[in-house]
Design a protein around this ligand. Structure first.
Ligand SMILES: [Zn+2]
Length: 381
């Protein structure tokens, strides 16, 4: 029968099982996110089609395949089914395969699967409505703490990370507000926009949060994160702090720092893609060629400067074998510089950008690698 030993000896069957179970879980994850957004009960067995509210048969609830067979259309009314469903199913399935291959059939693997599913739900709800649902994140934080207490045996690390995440996000929230007010007064002095002032303080703060995208602004969600005083600006929502706490609950404080660092890069990338898509829509893509090239060249030059400086400090003989790595670094940093300058110089057109997907990407990367831990271990030796 399908016992653990058998599955270990037959990795193909294990991977196939992970793929199928992952696709079904992706289906459930997507459904949960949709129900949260629609404020419906999460755990209800019957399912209706989103377009025409027809009760679905068990066969129609199978992930991906019915979608492909019917060309992405509803069987009953012929309406186009959103591609988000099959995409989430595919991503979840692939993630399951990777996690099973990394952690095997273990409690750690099970915990990471649950963690990733939670992250996917949060990503969907945050992308769609800038909402990070507490009734998903809070229970998950508890599960993460239990996992660290009984499986990974790093309860203190997890608790330290949870504390760190709240302090960190409170700091960013407070000083971000101070910075935002200064930046806003400067911006207002620079260009007085008549139509905007008419729109009122609330919409203004919403629009303006996009200006601070480089710091990954996340507008507060209307239902859960909005401060009571109208027009208040928040650089990070309270939901983001909870998401960071969730990451710490599963990955400990080291994992949290890894996730944050990675998410800064991922966030810059996502912001840039958002911006480029919008510029393309407004047919302004050509305008960002110049800042992109300046950004790339200056960032590339900085890395070259450091390489030259290191050659002088450590002797060229030792640095030359490292040249391929440095060239790669120069291109990566140049790329980031190009994106950063494009984002900065085209700040006028944009929409608020969700921080949660960036954090989630960072968290998923932090499951597999722990550079902070490596640095600490290296320092201890
Ligand atoms: Zn339909």
């Amino acid at each position: 029968m399908l016992n653990q030993e058998y599955l270990r000896q037959h990795p193909f069957i294990l991977n196939a099982l992970a793929l199928v179970i992952g696709a079904f879980c992706g289906n459930a994850v997507n459904l949960i996110a949709q129900r949260i957004l629609a404020a419906q009960p999460i755990f209800k067995l019957q399912r209706d089609s989103a377009c025409c509210a027809k009760r679905l048969t068990p066969l129609e609830m199978v992930p991906i395949i019915p979608y492909l067979l019917r060309n992405g259309r509803c069987r009953y009314c012929g309406a186009t089914i959103h591609w988000q469903g099959p995409l989430v199913e595919a991503i979840t399935a692939i993630t399951f395969v990777i996690l099973v291959n990394t952690f095997g059939l273990s409690w750690q693997g099970a915990a990471m699967i649950y963690f990733v599913c939670t992250l996917i739900v949060v990503c969907i709800t945050d992308f769609r409505e800038q909402l990070i649902p507490h009734h998903i994140t809070y229970p998950a934080i508890l599960v993460g703490i239990l996992y660290n207490a009984f499986v990974s045996r790093d309860l203190l690390g997890a608790l330290a990370g949870i504390g760190l995440s709240y302090i960190l996000f409170d700091f960013v929230s407070f000083y971000g507000l101070v910075w935002h007010e200064k930046y806003q007064s400067k911006l207002a002095a620079k260009n007085v926009c008549a139509d905007r002032t008419a729109a009122g303080a609330d919409t203004e703060s919403q629009q303006d949060s996009s200006e601070s995208q480089i710091l990954e602004a996340d507008t507060a969600s209307p239902s859960e994160q909005k401060p009571t005083n109208i027009g208040a600006f928040s650089l990070v929502g309270s939901g983001d702090a909870v998401l960071a706490a969730l990451i710490a609950a599963f990955l400990g404080w080291q994992g949290l720092i890894n996730a944050l660092v990675i998410s800064i890069f991922a966030g810059a990338l996502i912001a840039a893609i958002y911006r480029l898509v919008e510029l393309h829509k407004h047919q302004m893509l050509r305008q960002c060629m110049k800042p992109a090239m300046i950004g790339f060249a200056s960032s590339f030059a900085v890395i070259c400067f450091f390489f030259a400086a290191f050659c002088i400090i450590f002797s060229a003989d030792r640095m030359v074998p490292l040249l391929p790595g440095w060239i790669t670094l120069a291109f990566v940093v140049g790329f980031i510089g190009a994106l950063a300058l494009t984002v900065l110089t085209t700040a006028r057109i944009s929409k608020p950008f969700p921080l949660a997907p960036a954090l989630a990407l960072g968290a998923v990367a932090a499951i597999f690698s722990n550079p902070i831990g490596a640095i600490i271990r290296g320092g201890a030796q």
